[in-house]
Design a binder for this molecule. Structure first.
Ligand SMILES: [Zn+2]
Length: 347
């Protein structure tokens, strides 16, 4: 820092006034100047809106631990997509809650399933909307795990290679319904390559893959499991999701998915893993997606409800932090309310 000593008339004899030569505060002096030098912006087009689709036989229900987020029937999802499109949101991520579940989640590739029906209806009503179904078995299996359960040396575990075949079937079914991307979230080894090959072999070369590449075994998924009714019935997901302690392994997972043909890669959750997002941004040139997960959303909502924080301000700061860390796109349950405020006051 360069300093200039000024011993003008105001200074006491022997006590010089220090005059800084560099004054960063000049760039914060008014909203106009702050807007001129602002380095990052979160636009509605940066946000991906997650939706939970239930069969039409069920009512539309607000999720208890996620205020403002609903389990939607197909018609509700279409209405939400129309509103989202008007607000500048360009993409939705779909999760399905089926009528019935079984050991292998066979209902997930039923062409009349909730997600397939929603894809067709959204594509018809909002043709420009980019539709991204999540690909995983846990919403569809009776045991709530992300694949086929086998007995492995006296311990129940998800079999990697048998699960790949189911993920392929589900992906093809979503592509047939009209999905623009599929987003595998299971963390099985080799699934991006298996899905890419199957899409190409079946004429879906235009359907992309957004890979949940670095998905950590996280406590922040709690409210989602209520929303998607996908809690594991025994054990946990640590044999396939990543250990929160590992960042080098995250880079390896991402680079494998890139090699296998992923079009975009994802880090999930976002807030405790901003370093992973930054490292991914610096190491790879593909678009980086961050998932601002259910627990991250619910924490803000709960604290705001108690009056402990300003929920709107913290929401905007959370999304900006994820963007600044290097994410191009953010999957967030805040998408609609953020886009509404953005339109009203140009955040
Ligand atoms: Zn899963």
């Amino acid at each position: 820092m360069s300093l200039k000593t000024n011993s003008g008339p105001k200074s006491e004899p022997g006590i010089p006034i220090v005059v800084p030569r560099n004054r960063p505060r000049r760039l914060r002096s008014s909203e106009g100047v702050r807007a001129m030098v602002r380095e990052n912006e979160v636009k509605p087009a940066d946000l991906i809106l997650p939706l939970f689709i239930v069969p039409d036989s069920r009512p539309r229900v607000e999720i208890g631990s996620m205020p403002g987020v609903y389990q939607d029937r197909v018609a509700d999802a279409v209405a939400t997509c129309k509103r989202a499109w008007e607000l500048g949101i360009k993409s939705v991520l779909l999760f399905g809650l089926p009528e019935t579940k079984d050991e292998i989640g066979a209902v997930s590739w039923d062409p009349t399933g909730p997600v397939q029906s929603a894809i067709r209806a959204i594509a018809k009503a909002v043709p420009e909307m980019t539709i991204i179904p999540d690909v995983c078995m846990c919403e569809y299996t009776s045991h709530g795990h992300c694949g086929v359960i086998v007995d492995h040396r006296g311990r129940k575990d998800v079999d990697n290679d048998q699960t790949l075949e189911l993920l392929v079937r589900q992906s093809l079914s979503f592509a047939e319904a009209g999905a623009h991307f599929v987003a595998p979230s299971d963390m099985m080894d080799g699934r991006v390559g298996a899905i890419r090959d199957a899409l190409d072999d079946n004429g879906f070369t235009d359907v992309g893959i957004i890979a949940y590449s670095a998905k950590f075994a996280s406590g922040f998924y709690g409210p989602f499991r209520e929303a998607a009714e996908s809690a594991p019935q025994f054990g946990d997901r640590r044999s396939y999701q990543m250990d929160p302690a590992n960042s080098r392994e995250a880079m390896r997972e991402i680079s494998l998915d890139v090699e296998e043909g992923a079009d975009m890669v994802m880090v999930k959750p976002a807030l405790p893993y901003l370093d992973i997002i930054r490292e991914a941004r610096d190491s790879f040139d593909l678009p980086i997606v961050a998932y601002n997960v259910s627990g991250e959303y619910s924490m803000v909502k709960a604290a705001a409800e108690k009056g402990w924080i300003d929920g709107t301000r913290v929401r905007d700061e959370v999304l900006m932090g994820i963007k600044r860390s290097g994410a191009d796109l953010i999957i967030t349950y805040f998408a609609l309310e953020y886009a509404e405020d953005y339109k009203k006051r140009k955040i």
